[in-house]
Design a protein around this ligand. Structure first.
Ligand code: HEM
Length: 186
């Protein structure tokens, strides 16, 4: 999120920050662990959703399950797309790779809700975790934790989607990124 929020400071500033951050998260050992965690998160999360289907009671438990399912779908598609872009398309999977879909019609109708819901789901899921961790606090406080996390998620999502759409600062997506959405008949 820090990486992507950096784009609010400017695309070039974001790309420079990403180059630095990549030294950590793209280090072979770190990236292997990260990808293992992503796979574990998807499968263990879906298993928990299925296993607890009949026992789940209350809005927070269902919001947690729903946001987890959105995250599982997003992570599977998102990480596959990043790895595909890097290995098969031989592209630098940077800001332009993420933004390209928002600049080739009609794909923005998929990508805007896709990114928005992913970031909202992430914050919501963390808010639900806070709700269970705050067992000893008043119910009102615990509900506030979920509500505030969702509000923060909606705000961050909106900023990121606007940034990717070029509404906060104009930018041109290089043609090689847009070409990944080209139809065979042009
Ligand atoms: C607006 C929202 C998002 C955008 C624009 C975005 C964009 C990107 C981009 C461009 C990369 C490639 C990074 C690189 O090549 O160095 C990437 C990688 C990745 N993203 Fe996202 N992302 C978003 C949200 C998320 C969320 C919510 C999660 C997790 C819940 C996530 C998890 C990951 C992971 C695990 C990788 C793979 C890192 C790697 O192995 O190199 N992303 N994302």
């Amino acid at each position: 999120m820090t990486n992507h929020l950096w784009s609010l400071a400017g695309i070039h500033e974001h790309l420079a920050f990403m180059e630095l951050a990549r030294k950590v998260y793209r280090h072979a050992a770190v990236e292997s662990l990260l990808l293992f965690c992503v796979a574990f998160q998807i499968f263990s999360g879906l298993w928990l959703v299925i296993r607890g289907w009949k026992q789940r009671v209350g809005a927070v438990a269902w919001i947690q399950a729903l946001s987890g399912c959105v995250l599982a779908f997003f992570l599977a598609v998102h990480v596959s797309a990043v790895l595909f872009g890097r290995t098969v398309l031989a592209l630098d999977t940077n800001f332009y790779y993420a933004a390209a879909g928002m600049h080739v019609s009609p794909y923005e109708f998929f990508f805007a809700p896709y990114y928005f819901l992913a970031v909202l789901a992430l914050f919501t899921h963390l808010g639900c975790a806070a709700y269970w961790l705050l067992q000893s606090s008043a119910l009102k406080t615990r509900r506030w934790a979920v509500g505030l996390a969702m509000l923060a998620g909606a705000a961050v999502s909106t900023l990121l989607v606007l940034s990717l759409a070029g509404k906060l600062q104009p930018f041109e997506v290089p043609a090689r990124y847009k070409a990944t959405y080209a139809h065979p008949d042009g």
